[in-house]
Design a protein around this ligand. Structure first.
Ligand code: SF4
Length: 350
């Protein structure tokens, strides 16, 4: 699961088998979403047994699953081979099947409103563990026997991926980009780069590095405040990479890629949701090729941070729009299934 087709070809040839066997294995993984080597019926039986003895096809074991009442959102908690756990959430829309995946077990960024931050960083995921989350849900959507309960027409594949689950993707840069390459490769999962969104709290040197990757995934920056004193209270990383420095790296990114950037802003009642802050935000972002996505905060039990009311969310959005900033309010999904990042893991451990 951790290797590309050419690496797999080398391994297969080193074991004395012909190169086409690697293509067959690859096809079973990325096109037929095989659960086990035993399913790969066009491989010799001895080879299947050898592969099963020496390597792991699926490094994730689903240990908890929650499905929303409407059946359109489901979250799965996975256990990794070393016992660590991560989450992924599948959201079904009329035309899109969007999967939110994790890049790390836990997170080192310490955002004060976030459930994942509470346990700190446990470890980075490998590229294979990131890709495996996608293949798990691709298999689920592909499998006619699963019959997900939902109002929309049965989807058959994952159409969009957002790296917005547990972890800071740019803090696990190499594994994340290893996964993105395999998810976008024509001989891998084959998803268009523009259907993948990477969300960061603002590791600015890595935003510059990303601009040179040549794979044009969407960049989303979790901003949450227009000024550094307030942002530093919510996102401690802002003490190291202040708002203005972050926005400068976003400008450089846009200059290089010509891609519009999304700013995510989780609205928290009486913390960052005043009309005055909306005006400040509009002033900060004016002239940047961007879009603002206002997110109703998923509340964590016993947290001082609570979501802004619908009325105040709309008022905040109106001020931004009046200031010339393209703005949407994200549809709230999965509150009843603890779908905010880190919440199922948190409640499973409680
Ligand atoms: S919001 Fe994202 S970056 Fe911040 S602690 Fe949570 S998982 Fe990490």
């Amino acid at each position: 699961m951790d290797c590309t087709l050419s690496e797999l070809t080398e391994t297969v040839q080193a074991a004395g088998a012909p190169a086409y066997r690697a293509r067959q294995i690859h096809e079973w993984i990325y096109r037929k979403y095989a659960r086990a080597f035993a399913e790969m019926t066009n491989l010799p039986q001895a080879m299947r047994a050898e592969l099963a003895a020496q390597t792991t096809l699926m490094p994730l074991e689903p240990i908890a699953r929650r499905v929303s009442k409407a059946g359109d959102t489901q979250k799965v908690l996975f256990q990794l081979p070393d016992g660590e756990t991560v989450e992924a959430v599948l959201m079904l829309y009329n035309r899109r099947r969007t999967l939110c995946i994790s890049s790390q077990a836990g997170c080192a960024m310490g955002c004060t409103f976030c459930a994942t931050a509470q346990g700190g960083l446990r470890r980075n995921l490998t590229g294979g563990e990131i890709v495996a989350q996608v293949l798990f849900f691709a298999r689920y959507l592909h499998d006619a026997g699963e019959k997900p309960k939902m109002r929309v027409k049965r989807p058959t594949t994952v159409t969009n991926i957002v790296l917005m689950g547990m972890g800071e993707p740019l803090h696990n840069y190499d594994s994340v980009w290893n996964a993105i390459r395999r998810l976008t490769a024509a001989d891998g999962f084959g998803l268009g780069a523009r259907h993948i969104t990477l969300s960061t709290v603002g590791l600015t040197p890595m935003i510059d590095r990303m601009a040179d990757e040549g794979i044009q995934v969407n960049l989303a920056v979790s901003l949450h405040a227009p000024n550094n004193p307030l942002r530093s209270k919510l996102v401690p990383l802002s003490r190291r990479y202040p708002v203005d420095e972050l926005l400068a790296s976003v400008r450089r990114y846009i200059a290089k890629t010509n891609r519009r950037v999304t700013f995510e802003y989780a609205l928290m009642r009486d913390v960052n949701d005043s009309p005055a802050l909306a005006e400040d935000l509009a002033d900060k972002l004016r002239g940047i090729l961007c879009h603002v996505n206002l997110i109703p905060l998923n509340p964590i039990p016993d947290s001082p941070f609570q979501p802004t009311s619908d009325r105040d969310t709309e008022r905040f959005a109106e001020v931004l729009r009046a200031g010339g900033i393209s703005t949407t309010v994200r549809i709230r999904r999965g509150i009843e299934i603890d779908a905010g990042c880190g919440q199922l893991r948190h409640s499973a451990a409680a």
